[in-house]
Write a protein that binds this ligand. Structure first.
Ligand SMILES: NC(=O)c1ccc[n+]([C@@H]2O[C@H](COP(=O)([O-])OP(=O)(O)OC[C@H]3O[C@@H](n4cnc5c(N)ncnc54)[C@H](OP(=O)(O)O)[C@@H]3O)[C@@H](O)[C@H]2O)c1
Length: 248
């Protein structure tokens, strides 16, 4: 059983939802995000859900890459062994390229791709030393194709993360280190609360249950919730550009 779990971006949305789902399953949690106050409230909730677990919290801006290594190693000291790490922290800021959004687009690419690399590096370093562990990257169904407008850089950043994850899956095949890439469809969280249209969107609990079930099976690539995304991602891969434009 993967007992000691680190989750980045645990102060909100899917990170918070997964922490609650794992607390119910009796797992110890190392939670980090920039908003430590929210993590402390969550910690109290988790210990109410399950008083038998251990919860550690750390303030972390994943764009401070030295801090990513420091915080993950602190969790390892706290727990002794780290069994699973979620690369979950992410943002969806930005807009059409060439339309004055470079600052936000750069922040999105930095957080979702470069800082995800820092998290993968720090996690896999610990797993190699332990010869044991499960890396889970939270990508997106959006990773499967390019998308225009405000989805452009977000989708590109998630494509980078999925590719990184797949490379690690190949490299670590037949070792005691497992790598799973999760591609969620739309799940209603603070990230997308202003979106006008979210086709097939589900609430956080439904979305997190689908994610946690896939992770516990240690599936290499999961598109969740299964309906409709396990099918739709195939269609998205072959859709002509004019169809993708209409969908966006
Ligand atoms: N919701 C969806 O439909 C959906 C679909 C596909 C993929 N995803 C992915 O799921 C992940 C979680 O998103 P969400 O929907 O749960 O959004 P959310 O509610 O906005 O949560 C994002 C989390 O990331 C953290 N975060 C953002 N920037 C950070 C930074 N620089 N350093 C540390 N933590 C940072 C935030 O914490 P602080 O602000 O406290 O730092 C927050 O806990 C993201 O990677 C997102 O791309 C979401």
């Amino acid at each position: 059983m993967r007992k000691n779990i680190i989750i980045t971006g645990a102060s909100s949305g899917l990170g918070e939802g997964m922490a609650k789902a794992f607390a119910k399953r009796g797992r110890n949690l190392g939670l980090c995000a920039r908003r430590l106050d929210r993590l402390e409230v969550l910690k109290a909730d988790l210990l109410q859900i399950n008083p038998d677990i251990i919860v550690h919290t750390q303030a972390l801006d994943v764009n401070n890459h030295d801090a990513v290594f420091r915080v993950f190693n602190q969790f390892r000291k706290d727990f002794g062994v780290v069994d699973r790490v979620f690369v979950n922290a992410g943002i969806g800021k930005g807009g059409a390229i060439g339309a004055g959004h470079f600052k936000e687009n750069k922040e999105t690419f930095l957080t979702n791709a470069v800082s995800a690399l820092a998290q993968c590096e720090a996690a896999v370093e610990i797993f190699r030393a332990q010869n044991h562990g499960h890396l889970v990257t939270i990508s997106s169904v959006g990773a499967v194709r390019g998308f225009p407008g405000l989805m452009n850089v977000y989708a590109a950043s998630k494509a980078a993360l999925s590719s990184l994850s797949e490379g690690l899956q190949i490299e670590l095949l037949h070792t005691p280190i497992q790598v799973s890439t999760i591609h969620p469809g739309f799940i209603r969280t603070p990230m997308n609360e202003e979106a006008k249209s979210l086709p097939f969107a589900v609430n956080i609990e439904t979305g997190c249950n689908a994610i946690v079930n896939a992770i516990e099976k240690e599936i290499k690539n999961a598109y969740v919730p299964f309906w409709p995304w396990a099918l739709l991602h195939y269609l998205l891969r072959i859709a002509p550009l004019n169809i993708l434009r209409k969908l966006s």
